[in-house]
Structures are given as C-alpha cells and as structure tokens.
Design a protein around this ligand. Structure first.
Ligand code: SAM
Length: 290
C-alpha cells in the first residue's frame, strides 16, 4: 500500500523550524512517511547530520523510500523514549515530534488501529515488541479497563462498556476489530449523533495504553532540554488535550515557548485535512542562558 499521510501544520512548522546553514544536526523523532522532514530538507540547506526515528518498521521503510534523494540520513528503529543525551552527545539544532498514529497506520487494516476496518486487534505501533490490544483485553481486569477508558478518553460510559466486555470475552475469544466492536453491541459501521463511531474514544484510549503513549511522552519531555544545542528548537504536534497539557507544563521553565499561544490549523487546512482539526503545535527553544 502507498504511504498516505498529509503532514499537519506544515506551513507553520516550516516558518519556525527552518535553519540558515549546513552546520546543523536535525532530527525527526516520529518520521512516519517523512512528510515533515522532506519538506524541511527541501526548503533549507542540507544539514551535516540527519536522524530519522520511528518505532514502526513499516513507517521507516516508507520514509527511506520517500527520502532516498537525501544523503546523510541515519534511520533508527526505536521508541523516542530511548533517546538520551549520552547516546547523542553532539545534540540537535532541530527536533520534530508529531505524536500519535499516521493516516497510513490507521488505513492499514492488518494493524488493527481502525474499527472501521476489520483486522487483527493489534494496535502496536511497534509490532515487534509488547502486548497487542487483543492480548491485553483478554486478561485486563474490569477495573483496569475502566481506568484506561476514564483516564485517556474521559469516557462517561466506562463502567457499562467494561462490564459488557468482560461478559462477552467470557463466552468467546475476541481477536479482531470486528469481533471487538460486535462484542460491545455495535457494528463496524455504527455512528453516533455526531456521525462518529460510538467507540472512537474507547479505541483511542486502548491504543494510548497499548503504546504507553502518555508515559513515553513524559520521558522524552524530561530529556528534551538535554538534547538541544543552545538556540536549538523542538516542535511538538499533539492530538489529545492531555498530551498538549503535558507538553505545556513539563517544558515550562526549561525551554522557551516561541509563541505565547498554542498554534492550531487554519480553516483551509481543517477543510482539506480533517485530522488537523484536533492538532496543537508548540515550538520551544533552548535559549543561550538556559
Ligand atoms: C503522525 S505520524 C508522523 C507523520 C510524519 N510527521 C509525516 O509527515 O509523515 C507519527 C509517527 O510517529 C511514530 N511514533 C509515535 N510514537 C512514537 C514513539 N514513542 N517513538 C517512535 N516513533 C513513534 C508512529 O509510528 C508514526 O509513524
């Protein structure tokens, strides 16, 4: 399948994350298909070093193909939570972070990220490690499931959903997205009054738990000030209010936010790319005196 993912808030990222000469080290910690990185490289002098990281081997493969015209790129299969200043003592002038899943991951039925497509209930961004959603859902307690639904999705129906789930799994092994949705009394095509699938939030919460998205974000936010050179910048795009809050608070006093307000997509982008509607962008700089 061709890698399809429209880079979000690209204009705004190009405006604030560009650089002036080749003596820079640039990293994308969530390279995905390489959309943001490619645009940055096309519009700036070629850096002396480029690091492209993703925890998904399929994304890295797509990025390698998309970025094949650029030399000096080190592709690294890793969770960004593993990146630390002792592994990269030279530090970075630019770091891009674009959280969450790509449209390509969502569109790939075999990854189990979308309940609109039938596939194995997996949801791991790195399918070579950890527990799949089906494995976790087979053994999690009702209370654990309720906590995940409440913490990550603010789901008001957490208790009935968890109860229905534990009754359903007691009578049948549930391994696919379709079986999961049907066990909770819906179909893949179900829609709520807003036209969304009633399990949209539950699905996002399970994905966040399976990939420990909140925990790895906290880890990299702690490390970011050690990874930047003086005047170095990091852009962080998030799609969940909890994540944006964490970005704002954990970097406060450590890095300087270069715009007072969070950056959101303009109307034309929201019309063209619905995914951009929930995007929040913050850009920070390590000022010389910090
Ligand atoms: C929204 S996509 C990035 C899209 C990219 N900016 C582009 O323009 O093509 C997010 C990517 O980050 C990866 N990712 C998410 N969390 C990660 C983490 N903790 N460590 C490494 N990669 C991660 C996902 O696998 C996915 O490929």
């Amino acid at each position: 399948m061709i890698f399809k993912h429209a880079p979000v808030l690209l204009r705004e990222i190009l405006a604030d994350m560009s650089w002036k000469n080749s003596d820079v080290v640039v990293a994308d910690f969530t390279v995905g298909g390489g959309g943001h990185l490619k645009a940055l490289l096309e519009n700036n002098p070629l850096p002396k070093k480029i690091l492209a990281v993703d925890q998904d081997p399929a994304a890295l493969k797509a990025a390698k193909e998309n970025l094949k015209d650029f030399p000096n790129i080190e592709f690294l299969h890793s969770n960004f939570s593993e990146i630390s200043a002792d592994k990269f003592p030279e530090k970075f002038d630019r770091i891009s972070i674009d959280l969450g899943v790509s449209s390509h991951q969502l569109d790939s039925a075999e990854r189990g990220f979308s309940f609109q497509k039938d596939g194995p209930l997996d949801m791991r961004m790195n399918p070579t490690a950890g527990e799949s959603a089906a494995e976790w859902l087979a053994h999690c307690s009702e209370e654990e499931f309720i906590k995940i639904l409440r913490d990550y999705a603010d789901e008001s129906r957490a208790r009935p959903i968890a109860k229905k789930w534990s009754d359903a799994r007691a009578s049948k092994a549930i391994r696919t997205t379709r079986e999961f949705v049907e066990a909770l009394g819906f179909t893949l095509e179900s829609k709520d009054r807003k036209g969304r699938h009633p399990l949209t939030r539950a699905f996002q919460a399970i994905r966040m738990h399976i990939n420990q998205e909140f925990q790895v974000l906290q880890k990299i936010l702690d490390e970011l000030p050690n990874l930047l050179k003086p005047n170095g910048r990091v852009s962080i795009l998030s799609f969940h209010s909890l994540e944006d809050r964490e970005v704002k608070w954990l970097l406060r006093g450590k890095l300087k936010q270069i715009h007072k307000k969070v950056i959101i997509a303009q109307d034309d982008e929201m019309d063209e790319n619905p995914r951009s509607r929930s995007a929040k962008l913050r850009i920070f700089e390590l000022t010389k005196e910090e």
